[in-house]
Design a protein around this ligand. Sequence first.
Ligand code: HEC
Ligand SMILES: [Cu+2]
Length: 357
Amino acid sequence: MRHFQRIVGLAAMGVAGVALPVMAAPQYWLDPAGPVAAMQGQLFLLTLYIMLGIFVTVSGILVYTLVRFRERAKASARTGEAGTAARRETAAAAEDELPPQIEGNHKLEIIWTLIPFVLLLIIAIPTVRLSFALAADPGPDALEVRVVGHQWWWEFEYPQLGIVTGNEMRIPVGRPIRLIIESADVIHKFWVPKLAGKMDAIPGRTNQMWLQADEPGIYYGQCAEMCGTHHANMRLRVVALPQAEFDAWVANWGRGPVVEDEAQLAAVERGRMVFETRACYACHAIEGTAARGTAGPNLTDIGSRTTLAAGILENTPENLARWISDPQSVKPGSLMPRVGLSPDELRDVVAYLSSLR
Ligand code: HEC
Ligand SMILES: [Cu+2]
């Protein structure tokens, strides 16, 4: 009995040890932050509860049957030789005496066909209804964002606003967002657990989904389909902003550098020259400059992003310098090569990119 209690205690601790951190984690999907994730979570819980009901009932009957109808031979075992013979007899008798046979019992057959049928119906109706609700267009009021998966970063394009950004998708709170999901290379999967379930990003194909955030905040997501070396480092953030802040971001996008003084302005101008003349411009675009590359993330608002290279580094000037001077040491195998810059060029280009906010 003591063993049993200990095992139960350890099991409970194990379950709590896993469940509590999972529930507190930023990607705990049963703590929805918008209507799509909420509807999906409710359907999941409905199915889970029905399944738990079946599990408890069936295993309850099984355990009851095992205990209630087990072979009782203890009494005879104590009486030695004679007991053994008696036990053999009991066993033989038990084999002969079959329990009541129920094969072909119409009433029972109908009952245990009907019960699963009704349970499946209870699951099927909301499943079909939700599938249609999720596939439906979120309406003319929706903001459209084209999501393109790249090895190993995310591109977000707002066709209605003429904006392109990377790895951080800014959205206004309380407004449905229609997502057009595509891939530039291999199959990726867009997933922001607190806002909505997963959706594949498949090359040569367009998938659609929608989501909405009810509260301002940062919602964490990541690629959910193995896509190569840095699949695990292909993170993203959805930044849900109050309408006014979102409008400010839209208005500021592409306005160019924000500087405090003349000295900074000079550094930023030099940095822009570096960006437009060294290899950077071939792969990155910055609105209002000669840089129009598309192999890497659009850097027009890089100074306002919170992370670098799909969530691998905090966006600070030190980390920006570290990334630009040697991306391969930060994210080995990443598709950004090392571009040899002098210390001055590096400092200026960091000043320039940091000012783009
Ligand atoms: C051959 C193409 C290529 C060149 C040249 C290149 N980059 Fe990149 N860059 C990329 C790619 C691809 C990524 C995304 C890497 C990842 O996250 O896996 C990237 C990422 C970045 C990021 C992080 C962007 C983000 O959204 O987090 C910055 C900043 C950056 N590059 C700056 C530069 C600068 C400055 C130069 C010139 C010195 C440069 N890059 C040259 C392809 C390139
Ligand atoms: Cu991936």
